[in-house]
Design a protein around this ligand. Structure first.
Ligand code: GLN
Length: 192
């Protein structure tokens, strides 16, 4: 099974390494023909406005939306990827480009200057032991729509959620050695 990492801007190689460690074929997706080959796609961290503009220009946005909504593509957005997946962005810039795949409302850079970058332990879904989350100018989910499952929270808000073939985390699971979140996504890809 092939799983892609959107590769227009942002932190790509760490996601590819984690996917390879999960035992799948990992590809850096830069164009439509590469996107056509994958069952799952990771939207990495980076700068959400830039990534959003580039995927429109490269013609990738349309296909990601179509395939994920019809259920033939699983999508996992981390950090900036969460912002791209969100239907509502409470403090986004005007006409911020987005995919709008998941019924969540997010706030960008939600942890303020004091906690701009930090690591913390968190409980994630039904994982047997806690996970270390790495947060870098991370967003939070302020509100979730119907049937969106909340997977993890911090006092500031929701930081991981899932619905059907869509998964999102505020933190960067590719930046620790722990591959459980990627394994969780690989299992989701098998079901699409
Ligand atoms: N703050 C960035 C944004 O709004 C996201 C940061 C990240 O992906 N690490 O796009």
């Amino acid at each position: 099974m092939k799983i892609g990492v959107l590769s227009v801007q942002g932190a790509v190689s760490e996601h590819l390494d984690h996917l390879i460690r999960c035992g799948v074929e990992a590809v850096a997706v830069k164009n439509i023909s590469m996107l056509d080959e994958v069952r799952g796609l990771i939207l990495p961290g980076g700068e959400s406005t830039t990534i959003g503009k580039l995927i429109e220009i490269f013609g990738l946005a349309e296909s990601i939306k179509k395939r994920s909504l019809e259920g033939s593509l699983a999508v996992f957005g981390t950090c900036a990827g969460m912002i791209l997946m969100a239907r509502d962005i409470s403090d986004g810039i005007d006409e911020q480009p987005r995919l709008g795949l998941l019924d969540i409302k997010v706030k960008r850079n939600a942890f303020g200057r004091q906690r701009e970058s930090f690591e913390t332990e968190l409980e994630f879904d039904s994982f047997g032991y806690p996970l270390v989350g790495v947060f870098i100018r991370a967003p939070i989910i302020e509100k979730t729509g119907e049937n969106v499952e909340i997977l993890a929270k911090l006092p500031e808000g929701i930081i991981a959620a899932k619905k059907d073939n869509l998964l999102t985390t505020s933190f960067h699971p590719e930046l620790t050695d722990d591959i459980r979140v990627h394994q969780y996504f690989v299992e989701m890809c098998k079901r699409v």
